[in-house]
Design a protein around this ligand. Sequence first.
Ligand code: NDP
Length: 616
Amino acid sequence: MSTQTPESAEHKTLGFDVEALRAKYREERDKRVRSDGNAQYHSTAGEFAQYVEDPDVEPLKREPLADAVDVVIVGGGFGGLLAGARLRQAGLERIRIIDTAADFGGTWYWNRYPGARCDIEAYIYLPMLEEVGIMPTEKYAKRSEIFAHAQALARKFDLYRDACLQTSVTGMVWDEKTGQWIVSTNRGDRIRATYVVMSIGYLHRPKLPAIPGIETFAGRAFHASRWDYSYTGGAPGDWSLPKLANKRVGVVGTGATAIQCIPYLAEASEQLYVFQRTPSVIGVRANRPTDPDWVASLEPGWQQRRLDNFHALTSGAAVSEDLVSDGWTNITSKLAANLPKGVKAEDVDPERLAYEAELSDFAYMEYIRKRIAELVEDPATAEALKPYYRTFCKRPLFHDEYLQTFNRPNVTLVDTEGRGISRIEGKWAIVGDQKYELDCLVLASGFESEYDTPYMDRTGFDVIGRDGRSLSQWWADGARTLHGMHVHGFPNIFVVSRTQSGLQINAPFMLNEQAQHIAYIIRTLRERNCTIVEATKEAEDEWVKTIVELAVLDLDFLNECTPGLINNEGAPNRRNLQNSSYGGGSIKFLELWRNWREANELEGLRAYRPDSAAES
Ligand code: NDP
């Protein structure tokens, strides 16, 4: 059945011109499409490696290890920590987390920039709060509190004991004879592991804008994720930045990182220039301290109920109660297609549904643009700060001080009309025919992702599986997995990522699901007296086909989006599709996993012992 809403009724109430907005979005997009695509960024892997050094750590000396463990987990962020916690609960004794950083925390270890907080509510963002016995002090926690929670998780599950911090994996080879992985590191370690969990993070390798002349900048330049407090003054827990009082500071970028540090830079520096290429979508954050009465009212199991409620709401499920009630749950309801009462989305013609969703999106973005006009005093600056694209072309943001920062006399928005800084000469940043003298340049220019950089470039090492085949070869045209987790020819590796897996805006929620799924598989192997598990070629092929078929549905949306992370800087390709998350939505993905576990057949996996052909 196809149900249509009457055109005339809707047009009367819209309050905006659909065709004019479509044209404006296209015009703004076209300004930003560039022929160099991802080549507009410098990788920090080679010539620019100094940009990823840790500014805040003592060198470590230790003897190389040559031992055997149950599991090596690559990455000590929430993904690695949750895998460690769930595997500990499953009874694994020797769990070794390896991380380049000097402590756990992943992104929250590195990102110490002033203003760093998570814009997902802390009561759901911080995993296993009830198990660890911690309650966040605010709805949107500061980085220091999130980092401390990562450390608390590591202590709670005894993950410091076997950890190798300040250590980078350099290679991994499958040993068929023993059914183990041999893991090498930059500290000369040679570690045998029955299982490997790859949890390298989604956005961990900073990328730098390849602005002509950037390498010659005569002031101090650093990436925001390697904040140099020795230059700015202050500390990770003290965002006063006193040494900037007589400095002219430039910021490249206006994404999630930039909008959080800009208010602090504005407060501290003599003059701040914000070099904007594309404005962000910024909604209300409304942070507040944790209410002790609310805490006292909580019943055991409260966090999982809250997590499930947020997951359902932000996945578009029809749920009446909103426990989190924030910008994210609000946005999901605002962006849903506005259908007449009682009409279900599945009963509506897809084209009509897409049109209704586009109208809801226009309406939400009109609200975002109106908010800017209300908060920013100078009309030209306000106009330049208005985003013109579909809400989810870029990650929507929430902040309560960023926009007002442009009312300060020492802050200048340099709107580069979508092109960025033209070139840098000595201390000068040049945009068109204007020159800006700078002492300091903060690069809040983002990170490499699954969409723009092959996985093995982001790990920094290759994995050699069965018969000497490398993962970089196997994934040369895009990832190949079963459920985003298992790879044919690479036994006992569990990949934890968004690629070909479930996607949730609250990342630790999905990381926790993945960790529990791995723990289930390892428990099942033990029950069946097996130690090896591997995806079959057929199951992997089938899953890749499913991922691409579902992702194709998004191709029109991606093509029309302003250039960015999710659409390969304006040119989505097959690798984008194949590296996508499961397009059926995270509710369906988790249901699929739940059914798969209930069947208890490890369908699509081959499980066996190394010394026998016995299979399960
Ligand atoms: P982003 O990729 O989101 O933003 C990078 C910014 O740099 C964009 O504004 C981009 O502009 C700009 N840029 C890049 N090159 C140039 C150039 N040559 N000239 C001018 N501007 C340029 O990176 P972030 O570090 O801000 O955020 C990365 C991710 O980290 C987020 O998407 C989010 O997932 C996560 N994050 C989450 C937070 C949270 O509260 N949960 C907080 C901080 C980060 P353009 O848009 O035109 O490409």
